[in-house]
Design a protein around this ligand. Structure first.
Ligand code: CA2
Length: 164
């Protein structure tokens, strides 16, 4: 599992699904040459430019992903998820995303719409604020930027409300 850089109370939880621990080792033509640890470092650095901290995780077990999402509601402010193959199959993962009640950005490294038909549908997408696919590891960085903007917007809305 990629190391969690800031377990527990990070602003952004990044959840990576099954087989993404293999990045950089196989199928570079589809997924690029970067490892998941490379992506974790880049995401953490990008988040830091926005003053945000990151808890970056990966598991091959659906139950781990679901438990992390359930905990996120208490511990985090926004979520980036690459559900990997589970995005195409798992209603349970969708339910866990909904439970978070947090802004969620779904990321896929590859363009799932340019691949096999079974990859064209994601159960997660209807619950996501936004979906990024086909931009490789850069997609994670754009997701950080998007979440930063969403969280900043929430903060200022809160201040306006608080003044009333
Ligand atoms: O493009 C993506 O990010 C995917 O979520 C990756 C999943 C795939 O099932 C989705 O359709 C799209 C697969 C992750 C497996 O990653 C590997 C990396 C290197 C070697 C083998 C698998």
């Amino acid at each position: 599992m990629a190391k969690s850089s800031n377990p527990g109370t990070a602003d952004i939880l990044v959840v990576n699904g099954p087989n993404l621990n293999m990045l950089g080792e196989r199928e570079p033509a589809i997924y690029g040459r970067e490892t998941l640890d490379d992506i974790a470092r880049a995401v953490t650095a990008r988040a830091k430019t926005h003053g945000l901290s990151v808890d970056f995780r990966q598991s091959n077990f659906e139950g781990h992903l679901i438990t992390w999402l359930q905990e996120a509601r208490r511990l985090n402010r926004g979520i980036i998820i690459n559900p990997a193959g589970l995005g195409h199959t798992s209603v349970a993962l969708l339910d866990a995303v909904i439970v978070t009640e947090l802004p969620v950005i779904e990321v896929h490294l590859s363009n799932i719409f340019a691949r096999e038909p079974f990859r064209h549908h994601s159960h997660i997408s209807p619950a996501a604020k936004g979906v990024i696919c086909g931009l490789g590891s850069q997609g994670y960085l754009f997701a950080v930027d998007a979440l930063a903007a969403l969280l900043a917007g929430k903060k200022s809305q809160g201040r306006i409300k608080g003044r009333k």
